[in-house]
Design a protein. Sequence first.
Lengths: 158, 158
Amino acid sequence: MNLIKKSLHDHNSCRQKVMEAAKLYCEEKNLKLTPVREAVLNMLLNEHQALGAYEILEGLRISGFSAQPPVAYRALNFLKDIGFVHKIEQLNSYIACYHPDTTHSPVFLICQSCNDITEKSIDRHEDEFNLLANETGFEITNLVLEAKGTCQACLASA
Amino acid sequence: MNLIKKSLHDHNSCRQKVMEAAKLYCEEKNLKLTPVREAVLNMLLNEHQALGAYEILEGLRISGFSAQPPVAYRALNFLKDIGFVHKIEQLNSYIACYHPDTTHSPVFLICQSCNDITEKSIDRHEDEFNLLANETGFEITNLVLEAKGTCQACLASA
DNA sequence: TCATTAATGTTATAACATAACATGTTGGCA
DNA sequence: TGCCAACATGTTATGTTATAACATTAATGA
Ligand SMILES: [Zn+2]
Ligand SMILES: [Zn+2]
Ligand SMILES: [Zn+2]
Ligand SMILES: [Zn+2]
């Protein structure tokens, strides 16, 4: 975990803000942010990094929830569907989104050295992908954009 | 499988061309395209679609090779490392590359309706990703770019 | 020849994910 | 209130993907 980065922002307030947003969103859409779902989101917000489903599950077990795999996967998929969690495909792991307020195509920068993951965003209507896809009449519904490499901090300390 | 597309090009010659290229490449780089590796590449070139590691394994078993998982994974990883096979992260499956001659960042268009996968390519030095990454001093070593959606043929017949 | 490296064989297990069905909870409506 | 329908959770079992670890064999080249 990138400790420098973690300390550079008011993590507590950032966590609370997103949790509030999630509650509001669910209220508006008449969806339920149940205890399990809230616990999963909270765990991901706390960690501020990608977690595997079985790590989530372990956290749920500790918190007294049922700890069978479907419990974790259901909560993760719910949160993913409403845009508050993204799946990192290359890592088979899940990460909280800190700017879920807009429809966005997340771009993940995954540092292979410190495991820190940065979420960036691209404008879906200006990106190369829709251009590429349009050439062949392909209609995009979902984009997975992940870059592996080395972050600035790790490059500097190498 | 997209039969239209498959029939639109001389698949046999395209397969042979890539296989030749792979042999040449390995010769030049002093790498060995061993029987198992060649069998795996051939299978992927024949199918012209993404296959899971265990489908590959079944093919190997039929061809008389040892059929334990590591056999398939080693061959797939070898072919991936030299750029003749790509992994589709969203599908946990593997697909042959038909233009492995240049260093390229593949972009996959995955049709959710017919399962056809189209590989496109972006210029690594002009793409948005390096711009995004550069902003934060991140150095990219590998890109995963996958779009899910609906292909032209499926859109037309819907 | 003999040491070194690369490749393959083999067993076992880890890690990730879902099917299927039972049970509980909630909220509307007769 | 009693009932139903929809949703959420609990639970068991199993499916799917991938690697660790170590033994064996094959090729390379002093
Ligand atoms: Zn996001
Ligand atoms: Zn780093
Ligand atoms: Zn390619
Ligand atoms: Zn299609």
